[in-house]
Design a binder for this molecule. Structure first.
Ligand SMILES: [Zn+2]
Length: 479
């Protein structure tokens, strides 16, 4: 049986096997079969595989637990597992050749989103100087390791697959590659890489068991969240992306999106199954950043902000209306609403904007408001449904001036407006605010007292309504 050099600290089992092959100038199969008496030949020759572990431990003349704890992905992958999952994984790894297959899921979860082997150029240089050869570090292959936790350099991504079954006898010194992430991703990722390395060498301690509200409690304690509030997930996702940086998160395939994003699951305390180790490490880094308010604003707050909006819009509208008044300019309500930038919201949300409504009503009854054309069209008396605007009624002799009306009544033109203000005769202001009176009031076909009585019942109505109603009274009375 061959005896191989023991793995270096933080070296993968497979890396130590490759170095053994190179030392003995033997192919992997021959090294693995050395001293093997089992019937099956189900060796895990993959980069992260390590079965049968007991036999491999013999090749290195070390205990299987020490090999499992220090040189495989198991400790990192199961750091936050349920205890049962962890026990099955450890038992499987230390058991016979078949038990090792149960580890497949654990390994897959550990290397999710990691296509290629990685190394640090500075580490390789150190290794070549001190050992004459380099080796594949376990911690550099784990998710979240974008920079070397020792040197801070961005790791180099090779073309060698991390999950493939093929055997490669290459060590990092033989490989070329490109930075695994573009640009400088910041010191925070060196912290992340250091924590990844810590979890990789935590040994066969039982997994970390966190209460379900663990991160939520931290967030509340640190002032990120009000105890009684839900998390505003949109803001949480955006803030996680801002704190951790999109480039780093993208390299880990962990950009938070949507209501089911990983930070939302951890912070809302809705995570039923334990999450991957890297997510816990990232959440820990995130909650160490300066606090921001992540509390979801309940409906009451929305109502209050609508009220603030109402105040702002009403002020904007009044300012525009004042401008028209100062210039002595007339305009339709819609024009002012558009000028004030609140046309759309007024049309659709009018009922929730009482202040704006009052401002609009105030303008509508002012002398600067011009009515939409449709509202200015008035029935022409005795013309069977024909309509005309005020100018047309004046031209047709249906609206007469104060002088003419006064002469018909045999009174001073100054007395008529007084009658109008008392609500005893209809009149409308038109063209320079002169008052114009209905000609039918004076033609004697209907007693003025009847018109006056009908008019009294129309007090406070807009002129077009009063005019239309009194025309009907006149037409009915005249028949
Ligand atoms: Zn390094």
């Amino acid at each position: 049986m061959l005896l191989l050099d023991r793995p270096h600290p933080d070296e993968l089992v497979s890396s130590a096997l490759v170095r053994g092959c190179r030392h003995y100038l033997l192919p992997m199969g021959q090294v693995l079969n050395s001293g093997w008496t089992g019937e099956d030949r189900l060796f895990g020759a993959s980069f992260l595989g390590f079965t049968p572990l007991v036999h491999l431990a013999n090749l290195f003349n070390m205990g299987p637990r020490a090999l499992l704890a220090g040189h495989t992905v198991l400790t990192f992958a199961t750091a936050f597992s349920e205890r049962e999952v962890w026990e099955r994984a450890v038992d499987g790894a230390l058991g016979d050749v078949h038990g090792g297959q149960a580890l497949g899921a654990v390994i897959r979860s550990a290397i999710q989103g990691l296509p290629h082997r990685r190394f640090c150029r500075a580490c390789v240089a150190d290794d070549l100087r001190t050992k004459g050869e380099s080796y594949w570090r376990l911690s550099h292959q784990l998710p979240g390791s974008l920079v070397c936790h020792v040197h801070g350099d961005t790791l180099v991504s090779t073309k060698l697959s991390i999950a493939g079954k093929g055997i490669s006898y290459d060590l990092p010194q033989n490989c070329q590659g490109r930075p695994c992430v573009a640009g400088n991703i910041g010191d925070l990722w060196r912290e992340v890489a250091a924590r990844v390395a810590e979890f990789a060498r935590r040994g066969l301690d039982q997994p970390v068991a966190l209460p379900i509200s663990y991160y939520r409690d931290i967030a509340v304690e640190r002032g990120w969240l009000k105890p009684e509030r839900d998390v505003d997930i949109g803001r949480l996702n955006a803030h996680v992306a801002a704190v951790l940086g999109k480039a780093g998160l993208a390299a880990c395939d962990l950009i938070p999106e949507g209501n089911g994003s990983w930070p939302a699951m951890l912070l809302q305390a809705r995570l039923k199954a334990p999450s991957g180790t890297l997510k816990h490490i990232l959440m820990e880094q995130f909650l160490a950043a300066p606090a921001v308010d992540l509390s979801h604003k309940p409906r009451g707050m929305v109502a209050r902000s609508r009220s603030d909006e109402d105040k702002t819009l009403a002020a904007a509208f009044r300012q525009v209306a004042d401008g028209y008044a100062k210039r002595g300019q007339r305009a339709a309500v819609a024009t002012l609403l558009k000028d004030a930038g609140c046309w759309g919201i007024y049309r659709h949300k009018k009922s929730s904007l009482p202040r704006l409504q009052r401002a609009v009503d105030a303008f509508r009854t002012s002398r600067n408001a011009c009515r939409p054309l449709a509202r200015q069209m008035l029935p022409v008396p005795g013309q069977g449904g024909m309509v005309a605007n005020r100018s047309g009624l004046i031209d047709g002799g249906h609206l007469i001036s104060g002088e003419e009306a006064a002469s018909k009544l045999g009174m001073s033109p100054r007395e008529l407006p007084v009658l109008h203000r008392k609500g005893r005769i209809l009149a409308t202001a038109y063209k320079g605010h002169r008052l114009w009176y209905p000609a039918f009031w004076f033609d004697g076909r209907v007693p003025p007292a009847a018109l006056e009585a009908a008019f009294a019942g129309l007090a406070g109505r807009p002129f077009p309504e009063q005019w239309a109603a009194l025309v009907k009274v006149w037409e009915a009375g005249r028949a």
